[in-house]
Every structure is written in structure tokens, then in C-alpha cells.
Design a binder for this molecule. Structure first.
Ligand code: NAD
Length: 499
């Protein structure tokens, strides 16, 4: 059985008396590996290595840090097929989808290569007599990232390039459900010439996370995962004086106005709701058609498309949707569909009981379409994180927008319309961090930043892009005097810039 170990200080770290957790192929339900679960000693070893590495790494010039980032970009590009295969095997997503997440990750690495110009400071001369002032941003120290199962390469790479480019050293605690991608990243980062200890991987569960949160030598934590855990990470991390950004769950709505092209909206919804089996934080899980006519046409269009959607393992290139991540996820999603039915929604397409020939044991849930969903139903209130699309019918644009505003999550929201005034009003007013106009999954490009509102983000910084640079650096302002002649004598009044 393949054993997955921690990667500390540029090499494999074999944990003494380790506890291991099984890793499964979700398409077959077979165990394919086991991963070590770190205890406090392992976390301490990773922090020590990262702390030693910080001293010299933070002094490397931004231009030389960028050189390593260019090398990393080239290595990840060259090895993307290998990385995508490893992701698909443990996650279940299609090969094309895994390549898609790597493509988005490469964009963040690319942005991080621009760090010399991004870290430019501000300078003012003559702010007082013979006095000049400059401000610039400095690395924080050792920072840690705790990441979810659904993007084993992209989410870690939302953090790592930004943190390293800014001069920090990094400890990644990836999801224990699909840990292999993290070790491949460690290998690529080493090959790109980053010194030992700059990037480390600690595998594990709650115990490892708590050890990271409580460690006094870790300065910042980036977390991406479900909201209840995000909130507790934020509270525990900030209580021990750390800077924390904790991105949580979502329930993303897409409003379809009566003037929208319903066929185009249905096409967009298929990918947005069922791509990656709905296991995306920016997946659309609620469609809000405005008006009965729009709703009826949309449901018809979706139904026919769902019936021809091809479920299958990632090794079959014709698969459009893979299994969900675990047996527990499969059971939970099916239980929520049953609850929706009991609570009175209309089951237009039922994905429970779906199966794939030759892969009968896999964690399959077929694409599911629920109509006439109400806001008091658990299928509406809960983040299902599976291939389930709820249709909530609205009478007006205002009612549709209010649905988004009133939901506890505020990650993304989209509107499909041909009317500029409606689109603009939606984009300006809706309470969500990322908005799409005729774009179903508005994940910002790498030179903008990613982050939701409400219970989708705890902390004040979004991730990657300019917000990432702010998160991973702290400000220093230096005031200098190089006088031609200093007046003698102490001055006890408050310093001002008066002449
Ligand atoms: P999760 O919250 O179960 O796990 C995330 C990380 O937290 C993992 O590394 C896990 O080991 C760790 N963890 C789990 N339980 C813990 C506990 N009790 N204490 C401390 N750490 C713990 O999330 P998941 O199931 O891996 O991922 C799916 C979730 O992530 C969804 O809610 C999804 O919306 C969210 N997500 C959000 C974004 C975003 O950008 N907002 C992106 C991707 C995923």
C-alpha cells in the first residue's frame, strides 16, 4: 500500500509511530493509499524548518524570488498531465476538469512572478525639514495554509505563490482525503530551486490543524473549507494573535431574467451546477428563474440536458461528471434529496441510485434537479456540495435579488439577462463577493482577488491577487532625517512637521 508522508525541509519526513488514514479512489471505492496524520511533534519540526529558512529566504531579492516562480511555472506546466492524473484518481473529477484547476493555479504563479513591481513602496521627500518618509511591505514570517479536498492543487496554489513571492515560508496542511497533489507540489517547488524549508507539507486532520493554530511561531493562517470550520479556525487563530483569512462555504444563486436566452442559461447551468459533481465553492446550486414562463422553459431545457449527461470515471475521456468524494458525502447528499422530497419540492430528475457499469461500488450521485424549492427547505438552506440544482421560482427581479441577500452565504451570484440596467443594478446591490453577469462561475482572474461576503469569508482579506499580497505582508514606514545641521538641545513637544 502506498504510504504518503510529510515533506519537511526538502525531504520526506517519516513520522515515528504514525497513525495512518486510508485514501480511496471514489470511482471504485478501493483504498489506494494511506496518509500519515501529523501530531504536534511533526508540526513542530515543520515550523522549525520553516523558521530557519525564513531568515535567508526573506532576504532574497524579490527579483530572485520571481526567478524561482518562473521555474515553478514551467515545471507545473510541463507536469500538468501527471498532476491532473493524481488529482483525478483521489478526487474523482474528470481529467479535463483537473487540468482546468491547474490552469487557474498557473495563473496565480504567473501573477506572483510580478512580485518585484507589486512590492513597490511609497516615498515622500520633505515631509518635514530635511525629513523624508517611505513605506514598504515586509514578509510576515512562517505562514500556514489549510486546504479542502475539492481543489487539491488550485487552492494550495492560491496561497503558496503569493506567500513565497512575498518572502514568507510556508506549511501546507492539505485535505487528508486527497493528499498526493500536495507532495507533488513540494517536489516541483524543490525542483524550481526554492531552498529547503521554504515550503513544507504536513498531512493530518484536526490535531495537526490545532497544532498549527496554536503554534507561537506561525504568523498567519490561510484556510479554505466549510464555514463552521472556517469560523472556528478564524476564532482560534486570531485568539492566538495570528492574522487569519478563512474562506468558507457557499450557496451560489443564478438569476435568470425573462429576457435572457434560456437555452444559453441552461447550457451555462449544466457546467456550473454539475461540473466536478457540484463540489465547487463557486458551483451554482440555486437557479432563480423570474416569472413562470421562464421557469417552465428553464426546467424543460435542463431536464433534457441532464438526461444525456455522462457519468463516469476520470480515466474514461467521455465522462462529463465523476463520483462524489466519499461514501459519507454520497449518503449525505442522498439524505438531503430525500428531505427535500419530504418537505414538498418537486423531484424533476433524481440522481440517487445512479450507477456506472464496471464501477458499481463508486460513490455515484447522478445530476439531480429539484423544482419548486422554498426557502424554508433544508435543500435550500444547506450547502449540499453535490450535483443537486434547486430551482426557486421568483415573481420579480427584486424578489430574486432578495433571495441572494438573505442567504447566510455570499460567495458568488450570477444574473443572466440582456438588460444592462437590470444587470448593473444586480451587480451593484447584491450581497455577494463575486458577481457574474452572463457568467455563471465568476471566479476572478489571478490579478484580481477571490473572496466572498457574509459566512463565506471570515477575515478582512480575500485570497491571491493584490489582497493576497496585503495578507502576506506587513507595512513598515521609515522616517529619515539627513540634516545639514542638527539644532542642538532636546525637544520634549510632540513631533510635528511644522517648519
Ligand atoms: P472541510 O472544512 O471539511 O475541510 C477543510 C480543511 O479543514 C481540511 O484540510 C480538513 O482536514 C480540515 N478540517 C476538517 N475538520 C476540521 C476540524 N474539525 N478542525 C480543524 N480542521 C479541520 O472542507 P472540505 O469538505 O474539505 O471542502 C469542502 C468545503 O470547502 C465546502 O464547504 C466548500 O464550499 C469549501 N470551499 C470553499 C472555497 C472558497 O473559496 N470559499 C473553496 C473551496 C472549497
Amino acid at each position: 500500500m502506498k504510504k504518503i508522508q510529510h515533506q519537511i525541509n526538502g525531504k520526506q519526513f517519516d513520522q515515528a509511530n504514525a497513525t495512518f488514514q486510508a485514501v480511496f479512489n471514489p470511482a471504485t471505492a478501493q483504498q489506494i493509499a494511506e496518509v500519515a496524520l501529523a501530531d504536534t511533534n511533526v508540526v513542530n519540526a515543520a515550523v522549525s524548518a520553516a523558521l530557519v529558512a525564513f531568515d535567508s529566504w526573506s532576504q532574497v531579492s524579490p527579483a530572485n524570488r520571481a526567478k524561482r516562480m518562473f521555474a515553478l511555472h514551467s515545471i507545473v506546466s510541463q507536469k500538468q498531465n501527471e498532476l491532473a492524473k493524481a488529482i483525478s484518481l483521489e478526487h474523482g473529477k474528470t481529467h479535463e476538469d483537473a487540468l482546468g484547476e491547474i490552469a487557474r493555479a498557473l495563473e496565480v504563479i504567473e501573477y506572483a512572478t510580478s512580485i518585484p513591481s507589486q512590492l513597490t513602496g511609497r516615498y515622500n521627500s520633505n515631509v518635514g525639514p530635511d525629513i523624508d518618509t517611505y513605506s514598504d511591505r515586509h514578509a510576515l514570517g512562517v505562514v500556514a495554509g489549510i486546504t479542502p479536498f475539492n481543489f487539491p492543487a488550485m487552492v494550495p496554489l492560491w496561497m503558496i505563490p503569493m506567500a513565497l513571492a512575498c518572502g514568507n515560508t510556508f506549511i501546507l496542511k492539505p485535505s487528508e482525503r486527497n493528499p498526493s497533489a500536495a507532495n507533488m507540489l513540494a517536489q516541483f517547488i524543490g525542483e524550481a530551486g526554492f531552498p529547503d524549508g521554504v515550503f513544507n507539507v504536513v498531512h493530518g486532520d484536526k490535531e495537526a490543524v490545532n497544532a498549527l493554530l496554536d503554534h507561537p511561531d506561525i504568523d498567519a493562517i490561510s484556510f479554505v473549507g466549510s464555514s463552521s470550520i472556517a469560523q472556528s479556525i478564524y476564532q482560534r487563530g486570531t485568539a492566538s494573535g495570528k492574522r487569519v483569512q478563512a474562506l468558507g462555504g457557499a450557496k451560489n444563486h443564478m438569476v435568470i431574467m425573462p429576457d435572457a436566452d434560456v437555452r444559453q442559461a441552461a447550457d451555462a447551468l449544466m457546467g456550473a451546477a454539475f461540473g466536478s459533481a457540484g463540489e465547487r465553492c463557486m458551483a451554482i446550486s440555486v437557479a432563480v428563474p423570474v416569472g413562470e414562463g421562464t421557469a417552465n422553459r428553464l426546467v424543460d431545457e435542463l431536464k433534457s440536458r441532464i438526461e444525456s449527461l455522462k457519468l463516469g470515471p476520470s480515466i474514461d475521456p467521455s465522462s462529463q461528471m465523476g463520483p462524489v468524494i466519499t461514501q459519507q458525502a454520497q449518503d449525505r447528499i442522498c439524505a438531503l434529496i430525500a428531505e427535500g422530497e419530504t418537505q414538498g419540492c418537486k423531484l424533476v430528475v433524481d440522481g440517487r441510485g445512479a450507477s456506472v457499469k464496471g464501477y458499481e461500488n463508486g460513490y455515484w450521485v447522478g445530476a439531480t434537479l429539484l423544482d419548486e424549492v422554498r426557502t424554508d427547505m433544508s435543500v435550500y438552506q444547506t450547502e449540499i456540495f453535490g450535483p443537486v440544482l434547486s430551482v426557486v421560482r421568483a415573481d420579480s427581479f427584486e424578489q430574486a435579488r432578495k433571495l441572494v441577500d438573505d442567504h447566510e452565504y455570499g460567495n458568488g451570484a450570477a444574473i443572466f439577462t440582456r438588460d444592462g440596467e437590470t444587470a448593473r443594478s444586480f451587480a451593484k446591490q447584491v450581497k455577494a463577493g463575486m458577481v457574474g453577469v452572463n457568467v455563471p462561475i465568476p471566479v476572478p482572474v489571478a490579478f484580481h482577488s477571490f473572496g466572498g461576503w457574509k459566512r463565506s469569508l471570515f477575515g478582512s482579506h480575500g485570497i491571491y491577487g493584490p489582497e493576497g499580497i496585503h495578507f502576506y505582508t506587513k507595512l513598515k514606514t521609515v522616517t529619515t532625517r539627513w540634516p545639514s545641521g542638527i539644532k542642538e538641545g532636546a525637544n520634549f513637544s510632540f513631533p510635528t512637521n511644522s517648519e
